[in-house]
Design a protein around this ligand. Structure first.
Ligand SMILES: Cc1cc2nc3c(=O)[nH]c(=O)nc-3n(C[C@H](O)[C@H](O)[C@H](O)COP(=O)(O)OP(=O)(O)OC[C@H]3O[C@@H](n4cnc5c(N)ncnc54)[C@H](O)[C@@H]3O)c2cc1C
Length: 436
């Protein structure tokens, strides 16, 4: 049993973990050197609370409103692209109440499976990535957002999640330094967070120790196909400019496409169509913070997330839909930072935050201070997990958008089950890539 995995982000590496555990001989092909990808600088949330797919009613009108504000958290880069038009039309069609209702249970099942598996990883002692189980707070300042957050909280309770609604004074008591200036917040107690940078450093090392072959700087450039199956994967060694191929020559060989935002291009090389757009997001991390935040939180109106670690704070947001590029839109980064004094006046007094938010310093050092990553955003906000259309031995595992860390271990587990022909731990119909 031989598996070739394309992509060394959280999805590819989690898949490698479970396939190796199940006795497969695993090779990971990764075009970078595994020092950065979308799975590194994200907020590290494990979010069972995020059972509403991205394509949901309300997002379109909200998105249109934000589209014309240069500091808003949402942006579509206007480029003449058939892929963008195809994706956009599908997204519009998917954003219905029925889609949200249909998707909540399967999404939550995979989120909860994934969280249990991360707990197992942490308990095993083989990986220590700062798993912290104290929930996540969703803060709101306005009546409009309070109403919508309370509706979501009610749905969460109906689905079996533990939720507590906290008033202004209660949140100021649990966050004495930050002093949130809000109407209140919803505490999702099943949520957790981890340090993604540490996880993404430790996971490849553990996999290699266990016999997984990881080929770094290996960019997949093509496939050999025979009888409806992939028989070889061609790659270019980007550090030496040489070409090579990894063969999938056994009867049971499986290929897993986990190339994140690059997946549509790789899929096309295998004759497959995958409607997916990169959704660029930014984060900034400050060290030696004096004002401590105790709970990870999302500032609802601003769509800004904050993750605390001891003496360290990460601030992140923005969904910039468009082709992959290395530009940093400073206005949007400033939009993220300006939300902090509005919601968390105490944190904004921290010298480390003030140094980060200083516009002149930010402009001069944007490349050092601002991290960005490309979320692989599917056309209906649900990941693609399952067999591809045209290649019998190609499993697609991508499109996790804002939930790639949350769903990482769970996706790895179900892909390994699928590859082995076993019943999957959760139902996968809602994630079938052949829905498009
Ligand atoms: C600001 C921000 C905050 C976020 N916060 C959270 C959070 O709190 N919780 C959460 O669950 N999710 C979060 N996310 C989303 C999460 O980071 C992503 O969903 C996840 O990292 C996607 O993982 P991946 O493995 O699919 O893709 P990636 O991590 O991008 O990995 C894909 C890999 O494939 C490789 N590759 C591409 N093409 C090829 C090729 N041709 N050949 C070989 N290799 C190739 C790439 O080099 C890359 O290493 C956040 C994202 C952002 C941007």
């Amino acid at each position: 049993m031989q598996a070739l995995i394309i992509g060394g982000g959280i999805i590819g590496l989690s898949t490698a973990f479970y396939l190796q555990e199940d006795g497969w001989q695993v090779t990971v092909l990764e075009k970078g050197d595994l020092s950065d990808n979308c799975s590194f600088g994200n907020m590290g949330y494990l979010s069972p609370s995020h059972f509403v797919p991205l394509a949901a009613p309300g997002i379109i009108s909200q998105g249109l409103f934000w589209l014309f504000q240069k500091k808003s958290p949402f942006y579509v880069r206007p480029v003449p692209s058939l892929a963008l038009i195809d994706w956009g039309l599908k997204f519009l069609r998917a954003a219905t109440p029925e889609h949200v209702d249909r998707s909540a249970r399967p999404l939550l099942d995979l989120l909860l499976l994934s969280k249990t598996l991360f707990q197992d990883w942490a308990a095993s002692g083989d990986l220590q990535f700062g798993l912290t189980e104290k929930g996540c707070l969703m803060y709101y300042q306005t009546e409009k957002y309070e109403k919508s957050e309370l509706e979501t909280a009610k749905k969460a309770e109906q689905l079996g999640l533990q939720v507590e609604v906290l008033g202004r004074e209660q949140v100021q008591t649990i966050e004495p330094d930050a002093r949130p200036d809000v109407r209140g917040g919803v505490l999702y107690k099943d949520d957790a967070h981890l340090n993604p940078n540490i996880l993404m450093q430790q996971l490849p090392a553990l996999l290699e120790k266990r016999g997984v072959k990881i080929i770094r700087n290996a960019e997949v450039t093509g496939f050999e196909r025979q009888g409806g199956k992939i028989t070889a994967v061609h790659y270019r060694q980007t550090d030496t400019s040489s070409f090579a191929k990894a063969t999938a020559d056994t009867q049971d060989a499986q290929v897993v496409l986990a190339a994140g935002s690059w997946s549509p291009q790789v899929a096309r090389l295998a004759g497959e169509h995958l409607p997916l757009m990169p959704g660029k997001g930014y984060s900034m991390t400050i060290d030696n913070t004096v004002q401590q935040l105790h709970y990870p939180c999302i500032l609802a109106e601003a769509k800004v997330a904050l993750t605390p670690w001891p003496n360290r704070l990460r601030i992140g947001s923005t969904m910039e839909i468009g082709p992959i590029n290395d530009r940093i839109l400073l206005a949007r980064v400033q939009g993220i930072l300006e939300a902090v004094p509005r919601f968390m006046p105490g944190l904004a007094r921290d010298p480390a935050f003030q140094a980060l938010a200083d516009p002149a310093q930010l402009k001069a050092q944007a490349r050092q201070k601002v991290w960005y990553g490309f979320r692989p955003v599917s056309a209906d906000g649900m990941p693609y997990i399952g067999y591809a259309h045209k290649n019998k031995n190609l499993i697609v595992a991508t499109g996790h958008a804002m939930l790639g860390i949350s769903l990482g271990a769970g996706t790895g587990k179900v892909v390994s089950e699928l590859a082995s022909g076993k019943p999957t731990s959760v139902a996968l119909q809602a994630f079938d890539p052949r829905r498009y």
